[in-house]
Design a protein around this ligand. Structure first.
Ligand SMILES: *[C@@H]1O[C@H](CO)[C@@H](O)[C@H](O)[C@H]1NC(C)=O
Ligand SMILES: *[C@@H]1O[C@H](CO)[C@@H](O)[C@H](O)[C@H]1NC(C)=O
Ligand SMILES: *[C@@H]1O[C@H](CO)[C@@H](O)[C@H](O)[C@H]1NC(C)=O
Ligand SMILES: *[C@@H]1O[C@H](CO)[C@@H](O)[C@H](O)[C@H]1NC(C)=O
Length: 719
């Protein structure tokens, strides 16, 4: 009601309410420059309808929510408007925002005189290690007259030093220069703290904010109000540098460019900017031998960081067309697999999934390192790589190999004391220094299952069975653990660690059994035929028992339980996804049918909650919850829901996909895409589960190749 009155008054007094359209949906947050764990800047949408998703009315923010000062202004016939960043003169009118897998594009109307098209491109090149290794992103601004006449136009854009550290009292240092025809501001911490973070931002490396040298380009560094104020009143900058190096928050130094575009008519003119981070040393790794530094992989392709910057800035047309073909591949494949709603999810998930990773090492031995963004910052977490792995299988399975190699290198060097698979390779990114004392967050059954499953998935997609043969001994060690532990799982954590430990978890047990069947396939493909028979026999014996132990005997429609023997409980049985995806055929078809028919009974507005632990009305374990504020909130995990959708009947699949798309479109949350939310009200549970790579799970349907048993039968009976 109140909102309606405000709207009415606004219409009454101002004639219109600025309201942008969003397509293909209105996401909780729009990716701007989302390219790596440290180049990860977003625009919040959810929450406030009037300003949400309006580029000129909210600050761009790092995924943690801290501001990354990024300001844009445009001067048209002597009047200045802002097009990016919160403060400043009148905002331009935002007409629309559109996102694809690699791009976010804003269309702006400047007082009906000029139209702007502002494109943020974070290129992804899954098959091109040279391009993929660069931690840079593009911003292109196109300007044209909208009213058929010509206008005198100047364009402005700056960044603040907030990008270089989360510690605002840190001293910033900067420089201005040119490499060939690319001019740049270089900004860095006066005292680098290698491999350190503050507020998840990197405390080392050089930031670059660059544009092409041309007539009419001027620059300036200096205090925010001074530099922005000068442009706002005059339309130019002094081409001068502030040499008073100081703290990020001491008269906030900003680094600006202005472009005098002169008379702009209906033919559009464009300005291209590049922004990015150059770190020579990127990761500390405890692999074979001593702990050693790993360099960013781009250092193998370029003599120095200026060459890298120059290459990137001049690569825009190639990068754009490569990105456009990836965009349309993902869009077309998604729509043909499961329709528009599914495409809404996959396209929004792409940048954040890749942006949790970074290519490092040498051409001889590259690695892909991954940060468990937001949930705790661990390095190379196995049960985060696991939900993410479909996006790598889909785009380039070799990337999955590069994620797994560091685990083998560490554990085969005897640097983990337990006989199960390690949880992660370091408590905090970028340190992959392992856990020689075995003090990681133990998820023994989960991670053994994950490693065996992902190894088989990789080999099936790539044909590279040698990789499995090379690590056979380690795989046997993990398989033996599953032989001991997967039928009656001990009191332990599963990947959903926020829910606490539990014994006899039905879904965890079946992962172990699927891991054993996967091991049987690995054994036979690598010539260990006896092992193959043994592991398969055990897996089949276990699954027969599981079919009794794990099914509910209560009044509701039949379904699997959260834990053995626990009537009145359920949990999403997402681990059977791998039985179908790997074509193992271990789990009987009727289990898929049963689960497909059950989920609609527990559907909430925004999906099916993960399990019964978080809902007072159903839960047997309300007190087990780690965070009291979560109590009573039926939590959805969208990554696992997509795994479930991939092996459900058409109706249940479309229900789950539709619920997640609806949540994306409606949630009041303004965090980067989260994979954990309130399935009834759509809100944010208050713990950080945002911008996580686990949303790579969105691609689960695209790596199935028609293997879901329920769907196969539905298709067969329709034919
Ligand atoms: C990584 O390890 C170094 C010591 O080698 C330490 O100074 C740094 O703070 C660690 N980084 C993080 C993010 O914990
Ligand atoms: C786990 O399930 C087995 C088989 O039903 C049962 O014997 C055992 O007591 C259960 N363990 C716990 C801790 O509930
Ligand atoms: C579960 O429900 C079945 C059928 O109502 C009942 O026979 C059984 O005793 C219940 N088990 C437990 C542990 O409550
Ligand atoms: C998103 O919301 C808009 C406006 O309410 C609506 O037109 C559109 O159909 C919705 N899309 C989805 C996927 O829910």
């Amino acid at each position: 009601m109140f909102q309606n009155i405000v709207r009415f008054l606004a219409i009454f007094f101002f004639g219109f309410v600025s309201s942008s359209t969003f397509s293909p949906a209105r996401p909780p947050s729009i990716p701007l420059a989302v390219r790596s764990p440290y180049l990860n800047t977003w625009l919040a949408v959810g929450g406030d309808e009037a300003t949400g998703g309006h580029l000129a009315e909210r600050w761009p923010r790092f995924y943690t929510g801290s501001i990354n000062g990024w300001v844009g202004m445009i001067r048209v016939d002597g009047e200045t408007y802002s097009w990016m960043g919160q403060p400043g003169p009148d905002p331009v009118t935002q007409v629309s925002v559109e996102y694809t897998s690699t791009k976010s594009v804003f269309t702006m109307n400047v007082n009906d005189m000029v139209e702007m098209r502002i494109s943020f491109l974070s290129p992804i090149a899954p098959d091109d290690m040279k391009r993929q290794s660069l931690v840079f992103s593009y911003l292109e601004v196109e300007v044209a007259a909208a009213d058929g006449s010509t206008h005198d136009v100047q364009l402005y854009a700056d960044i603040s030093a907030e990008w270089i550290s989360g510690d605002l009292s840190a001293l910033a240092n900067w420089d201005y220069g040119a490499v060939d025809d690319v001019v740049y501001h270089k900004i860095f911490r006066q005292t680098e703290l290698k491999y350190s973070e503050s507020g998840d931002k990197a405390d080392w490396g050089n930031w670059y904010w660059a544009t092409g040298a041309a007539d009419g380009v001027s620059y300036q560094s200096g205090e925010d109000n001074v530099v922005r104020g000068l442009f706002a009143t005059s339309g130019f900058l002094e081409s001068s540098a502030d040499d008073n190096f100081r703290a990020i928050n001491a008269q906030w130094p900003v680094f600006a460019f202005s472009h005098d575009l002169g008379a702009v008519g209906t033919h559009s003119q464009s300005v291209l900017y590049s922004i990015g981070l150059a770190q020579t040393d990127a990761i500390q790794f405890n692999g074979a031998g001593d702990v050693r530094p790993l360099k960013s992989l781009w250092t193998e392709y370029f003599g120095n960081e200026l060459e890298a910057l120059h290459f990137f800035h001049h690569d825009y047309s190639t990068a754009s067309s490569m990105a456009a073909s990836l965009d349309s591949k993902i869009e077309e494949d998604s729509i043909s697999a499961a329709g528009e709603n599914y495409m809404i999810i996959t396209t929004l998930s792409t940048r954040q999934s890749f942006a949790a990773t970074q290519l490092v090492g040498s051409l001889g031995q590259p690695y892909l390192f991954l940060k468990e963004i937001s949930s705790n910052g661990n390095t190379q977490t196995v049960d985060v790589i696991f939900p993410a792995h479909p996006i790598f299988l889909y785009t380039n399975p070799y990337l999955l190999k590069l994620l797994l190699i560091p685990h083998f290198e560490n554990q085969e060097a005897g640097k983990y004391p337990h006989d199960w698979a390690i949880h992660d390779l370091g408590t905090h990114y970028p340190n992959a220094t392992g856990h020689p004392e075995g003090d990681d967050e133990h998820m023994p059954l989960e991670e053994c299952g994950n490693m065996l499953i992902m190894m088989l998935a990789y080999a099936q997609k790539s044909g590279d069975w040698d990789f499995l043969a090379d690590h056979y001994e380690m795989l046997v060690q993990w398989a033996e653990f599953l032989v001991d532990e997967s039928l009656i799982p001990e009191h332990q954590l599963s990947t959903d660690d926020f829910a606490g430990k539990m014994a006899n978890q039905t879904n965890l047990a079946v992962k172990g059994m699927i891991g054993l069947e996967a091991m049987s396939v690995i054994a036979s493909a690598t010539g260990h035929l006896e092992d193959a028979d043994d592991y398969s026999a055990i897996a089949h014996d276990y699954i027969d028992q599981w079919l009794t132990l794990g099914i509910a005997h209560d009044e509701s429609p039949p379904h699997t339980t959260l834990g053995y023997g626990l009537n009145d409980t359920y949990g999403l049985l997402y681990n059977i996804y791998e039985d179908a995806a790997l074509g193992l055929d271990l789990v009987p078809d009727w289990v898929y049918d049963m689960q497909s028919s059950f989920y609609p009974f527990v559907e909430a507005r925004y999906g099916v909650a993960l399990d019964t632990r978080h809902d007072w009305t159903k839960g047997r374990y309300p007190t087990r919850i780690l965070k009291p504020r979560l109590t009573g909130m039926p939590l959805a995990r969208s990554d696992w829901e997509i795994f479930v959708a991939a092996v459900s009947s058409l109706e249940t699949r479309n229900m789950l996909i539709g619920d997640i798309a609806k949540w994306i479109n409606e949630t009041t949350t303004d965090h980067p895409l989260t994979d954990l939310y309130d399935s009834k009200l759509g809100g944010y549970p208050g713990i950080m589960f945002t911008a996580r790579p686990v949303m790579g799970a969105a691609f689960a349907l695209l790596t199935m190749e028609g293997k879901a048993p329920v769907l196969q039968r539905q298709r067969a009976s329709a034919a």
